[in-house]
Design a protein around this ligand. Structure first.
Ligand code: 5RP
Length: 268
């Protein structure tokens, strides 16, 4: 029966009857996930349709929203015969490109990317992003820096006025393993907050990135009025810091899929 309700798509509209919600709590959670997935998908499809042109090089980001972007890229290549070269931002992105039957490229052959499409953990009113929830921030920032345009695709939970408003997992900082303690101490001493070494889930010990590094998640003090550009530059100067998940003045466009099936846009 539950499968029947989900199968009909009745819960996709974003409206969930409260009585239904009380009766079927677990179904509500499933419905929310479905509506989030739907929101990611419509944002990703719109970005690919509006930004990707024939004979171009496309940067492919990482995360769950990008899965839909690759799905749409593959569809368009098949139906429209687009000629695209795709540059991955992670091991995951590389796998998605290969599984989607797309042409895999690299920065050695294609140092200029026309458009990079990537997810984000949070986007503030000034288009500053937190990225790296999936641990791929270094290659994501390299690819974005080579792109004429960085287009963000996200569901409505990523759209904030200020960083930290919705995303509570902190700003990721990729660090060389031997330096994680001094970096942790220096950032906390200068800016406050707490830095946690990100731990793996299905492995003992810390997360090790695609580049062999560790990640510190910086839970910066709430309510602080940070100049993120300055903070980013400052943290980058600490020896052993490889990259931060602060993407400042990089994104030109963001698409947020909403629960009602529409997409809202923000431009830099
Ligand atoms: C990975 C990222 C992702 O783009 C970010 O975490 C958003 O992921 P998702 O699309 O799964 O919400 O920065 O390093």
């Amino acid at each position: 029966m539950l499968r029947h309700f989900l199968g009909t798509g009745l819960l996709f509209s974003g409206y969930i009857n409260p009585a239904f919600s009380r009766t079927f709590g677990t179904v509500t959670a499933a419905a929310t996930k479905m509506s989030l997935d739907q929101a990611k998908k419509i944002a990703a499809f719109k970005a690919v349709d509006e930004y990707v042109r024939d004979n171009t090089v496309v940067g492919v980001g990482s995360g769950s929203t990008v899965v839909y972007a690759v799905q749409r890229l593959a569809e368009r290549v098949k139906t429209e015969g687009l000629k695209l070269v795709c540059i991955p931002t992670s091991f995951q992105a590389r796998q998605l490109i290969i599984e989607g039957g797309l042409v895999l490229g690299d920065l050695e052959q294609h140092p200029r990317i026309h458009c990079a499409i990537d997810g984000a953990d949070e986007v503030d009113a000034d288009m500053v992003l937190i990225k790296g929830g999936g641990g791929c921030l270094l290659q994501e920032k390299i690819v974005a820096s080579c792109a004429d345009q960085l287009v963000v695709i996200a569901d409505y939970t990523k759209n904030s006025k200020k960083l930290g408003e919705q995303y509570k997992k902190g700003i990721p900082i990729e660090v060389v393993p031997m330096a994680y303690v001094p970096i942790r101490n220096r950032v906390a001493a200068k800016y406050g907050g707490k830095l946690n070494l990100r731990m793996a889930v299905a492995k003992a010990g810390p997360v090790v990135t695609d580049n062999g590094n560790f990640i510190l998640d910086w839970h910066f003090p709430e309510g602080g009025d940070f100049d993120w550009d300055a903070v980013n530059r400052d943290i980058m100067m600490i020896p052993g810091v490889v990259e931060t998940g602060l993407f400042v003045k990089m994104a030109s466009k963001a698409y947020f899929g909403l629960a009602d099936g529409s997409v809202t846009e923000r431009s830099a």
